[in-house]
Design a protein around this ligand. Structure first.
Ligand SMILES: Nc1ncnc2c1ncn2[C@@H]1O[C@H](COP(=O)(O)OP(=O)(O)OP(=O)(O)O)[C@@H](O)[C@H]1O
Ligand SMILES: [Mg+2]
Length: 266
C-alpha cells in the first residue's frame, strides 16, 4: 500500500522508467507561461493553429499532420474521427503537450504551449489534463489501485493517502474493477487495463480529458458504460473531452466531430 514515505522513490522510478512519468512529473520551479493571446481570442479553451508534424525516417520524411486548425470550447466533447494512420494519436499528443509540432502552435486558455519548458508542460498535464493513452502505459511494478492513485501522489494535492485511496477505490468500483485493485497490470485483460487507464485519467478532476481510442479494447457493455460516464462528467462537472477514435459509438456522443484523413481535417 502506498504511504507518504514512498513518495520520493516513486517519483524517481517514474521519472526514469516510463512515458507516463514523462508526462506527469512535477517541475521544481515556478511555471512560466508562454506568450498570451489577446483577450478576445481566448474564448476558445484549446486552439490548434496550422499544426504540422513530420517524422524523419532515415532519408524519408513521413508527414503525419499537414496543417491542422481547430478550436475547442470549455465543456465540449470533441471527437476526432478517422481511420488508422490518419494522424489521430499524433494530433492528440501535440494538443496535450506530449510532443512538439514541426510547425504551428497550440494555445491553451490563451497561453502558447511552445513557450513552456518540458517541466512546465509536465506540471500543466498533471494539474489540468487527464490522459488515456492508446496503449494505456500502466506501471507494471504497481498494483491497479496504486496506478490510479499515482497522479494524485505526484501532484501532492492536500489530503492523506486514505483520501486518495478512497477516491481511487470509488473510481475503480465505478468501472467494475473493485475485485482487481490489488492485481498488477499484467494480470488484467486489455479491456480491464483500459478501464484502469480511464480511472487514472479522471482522478485529478482534470479540466480536459484527452482519450486515444478509449473504447478500443472494451466490449459493448463496458464501452457504453464508459460513454455514459463521459456524458455525466461533462454535464455535471462541465469537463471538456477530446476523444480520438474510429468507433461510431464514440462519435455518437460528440458535441462536435471532426474527420481526419491523411493528416488533414476534411
Ligand atoms: N514516431 C513515428 N515515426 C515515424 N512515423 C510515425 C511515427 N508516429 C506516427 N507515424 C506515422 O504518422 C502517421 C499517423 O500516425 P498516428 O499514430 O497518429 O495514426 P492514428 O490515426 O493514431 O492511427 P491508429 O488508429 O492506427 O492508432 C502514420 O502514417 C504513422 O506511420
Ligand atoms: Mg492512434
Amino acid at each position: 500500500m502506498l504511504t507518504d514515505s514512498h513518495y520520493n522513490s516513486y517519483l524517481v522510478l517514474l521519472i526514469r522508467r516510463t512515458a507516463f512519468a514523462r508526462s506527469n512529473v512535477l517541475p521544481s520551479g515556478e511555471t512560466q507561461r508562454g506568450a498570451s493571446r489577446p483577450r478576445e481570442k481566448v474564448e476558445n479553451y484549446l486552439v490548434a493553429e496550422n499544426l504540422k508534424k513530420a517524422y524523419q525516417e532515415g532519408s524519408k520524411e513521413v508527414i503525419a499532420l499537414s496543417g491542422i486548425n481547430l478550436s475547442l470550447k470549455r465543456g465540449e466533447i470533441l471527437v476526432i474521427f478517422g481511420p488508422s494512420g490518419s494522424g489521430k494519436s499524433t494530433l492528440l499528443h501535440l494538443l496535450a503537450g506530449l510532443d512538439r509540432p514541426t510547425e504551428g502552435k497550440v494555445w491553451l486558455d490563451g497561453a502558447d504551449l511552445s513557450g513552456f519548458s518540458d517541466e512546465e508542460l509536465a506540471k500543466l498535464r498533471n494539474e489540468k489534463f487527464g490522459l488515456v493513452f492508446q496503449f494505456y502505459h500502466l506501471l507494471s511494478e504497481f498494483t491497479i489501485l496504486e496506478n490510479v492513485i499515482l497522479p494524485l501522489f505526484i501532484r501532492r494535492k492536500r489530503g492523506s493517502c486514505k483520501i486518495y485511496q478512497k477516491k481511487a477505490i470509488s473510481l475503480l468500483t465505478e468501472f467494475g474493477l473493485s475485485d482487481r485493485m490489488n492485481f498488477r497490470p499484467a494480470q488484467l485483460s486489455g479491456g480491464e487495463q483500459q478501464r484502469v487507464a480511464i480511472a487514472r485519467a479522471l482522478i485529478n478532476n482534470p479540466e480536459i480529458i484527452f482519450a486515444d481510442e478509449p473504447t478500443g479494447n472494451l466490449d459493448r457493455e463496458a464501452s457504453n458504460s464508459f460513454l455514459e460516464s463521459i456524458q455525466k462528467l461533462n454535464q455535471k462537472n462541465h469537463q471538456t473531452f477530446l476523444l480520438a477514435t474510429h468507433n461510431q459509438a464514440v462519435a455518437k456522443i460528440a458535441s462536435r466531430l471532426l474527420n481526419l484523413r491523411e493528416g488533414r481535417i476534411v
